[in-house]
Design a binder for this molecule. Sequence first.
Ligand SMILES: Nc1ncnc2c1ncn2[C@@H]1O[C@H](COP(=O)(O)OP(=O)(O)O)[C@@H](O)[C@H]1O
Ligand SMILES: [Mg+2]
Length: 274
Amino acid sequence: MVVDVSAWEVIDTERGGRDERKVWLSKVADADREEWWLWKPIKPTDRDALRINDVAEVVAHRLAEAIGLPAAPCEYARRGDERGAISRNIAPHTHDMAPGSTLVPPGDGYTVARILAALAGLTGPPPGHTDLTAAEVFAGYLVLDAWIGNTDRHEENWAVIERPDGSAYLAPAYDHGSALGSGLTDAKRERREPRAFCDGGRSSHFGGRSLVDMAREAVDLTGARWWADRVAEVPATTWSGILDEHGALSGVSRSFVSDVLTINQERVSEACRP
Ligand SMILES: Nc1ncnc2c1ncn2[C@@H]1O[C@H](COP(=O)(O)OP(=O)(O)O)[C@@H](O)[C@H]1O
Ligand SMILES: [Mg+2]
């Protein structure tokens, strides 16, 4: 499905993040914030090709859903002649959203262990996941990141949401637009072995650590091994269906993304399961 948002109302601009073309849209002007969707147009790469950040966003959301992990709903979208993705607002109307940097500032102390400790001390789980702790859910975010090759879980790309009564919970995951090698050109995808790409999955925000190592540490510290079990159970037909829905994805991109998901599924299983 590709949602046509050309006629939707512009509610607000979004100043966070790196692309100033992002705006909040809604079908009607006076909608509650839960009905706002962030329009994230496809970005050009530095070689004038188009990124597939829309594919990364939608695949990440649907795979999160497949393993029972909370993530902002995302859909493929078009606005006029532009393609992109829309991400549904995860901060309810009367709630405040604060970035992860308010709990764990960036820098040397920005580590998996510190994040999990900060969440354990202060924050509950997202709504609908009351059987889990916030730290267990965050471990799931790192397992998802290792699967989809998301190197971008910096302190603005996760958040806590404060209820009117002052209690707070870990926000569902959002901003997966740079996952799955979305910024590569097809020429690069043709040259690069998907396995080499997967093995090179490291996050500069965590001192260049390997994504599967971070996932393993989070699972070890929280005991939340079930995320990796669930990843292992998702059949490839799940992501091939999501890639088909896009309608304009090149064959080269499609096969690279599929290979990355297959290879990382195996790597996550090996790293995070005894
Ligand atoms: N689904 C969402 N619900 C609420 N806020 C969001 C959502 N997606 C993004 N945001 C907010 O918008 C900011 C920028 O969006 P993000 O998806 O991170 O874009 P970028 O790729 O430019 O970093 C985020 O840091 C977050 O504060
Ligand atoms: Mg961001």
